[in-house]
Write a protein that binds this ligand. Structure first.
Ligand SMILES: [Zn+2]
Length: 171
């Protein structure tokens, strides 16, 4: 495991993470097939849950600066070392190697997140501001700034705000 697409990373955090599942009332439901997150079907559930639970606080940290701090702390915890590999022509690429092989998936996720916040800033990651939803999201590169994990949550919040306003007007 060397890389993890950002969509797959978000799926991992939201479908296996304890907080997103409980907030959505899905705590007792079966986990999906790991292939929905681009992972091997044989991937160990405990590893997926543990990895998701360590990643969710990065998204949930209150400010962009806190998200970077959380991410930095997690990277340090894994004791990752960075290696440069190259082909014969000298075209090099980085390899992030965890101190413990059990952290391979976590390190792949951390690398993806580090790329996102270094290139685009930590305001491009966060958790949903919807009711009964703390799902993680990563902005698409050219999308508008967002507050919700999905159009469903954004729509629900809009309806709730509208109801609140009409209730107040009726008074
Ligand atoms: Zn949501």
């Amino acid at each position: 495991m060397h890389t993890l697409e950002s969509d797959d990373l978000v799926t991992l955090v939201n479908e296996w993470g304890t907080r997103p599942r409980e907030e959505a009332g899905e705590g007792d439901e079966a986990f999906p097939d790991p292939r929905t997150a681009g992972l091997a079907a044989s991937e160990d559930t405990d590893v997926l849950v543990r990895t998701a639970d360590r990643l969710h606080p990065v998204f949930a940290a209150p400010t962009p600066r806190d998200r970077v701090r959380q991410l930095d702390r997690l990277i340090a915890e894994t004791g990752v070392t960075v290696h440069l590999r190259s082909d014969d022509a000298g075209h090099a690429h980085e390899e992030w190697v965890p101190a413990r092989s059990a952290d391979a998936l976590l390190v792949a996720a951390l690398r993806t997140l580090a790329d996102v916040v270094v290139l685009r800033g930590a305001q491009t990651i966060g958790v949903c501001g919807g009711q009964e939803c703390v799902d993680a999201w990563i902005d698409s590169p050219r999308g508008r700034p967002r507050r919700y994990c999905s159009t469903q949550c954004a729509g629900r919040a809009r309806v709730a705000a509208h109801r609140r306003r009409s209730r107040e007007d009726a008074r």
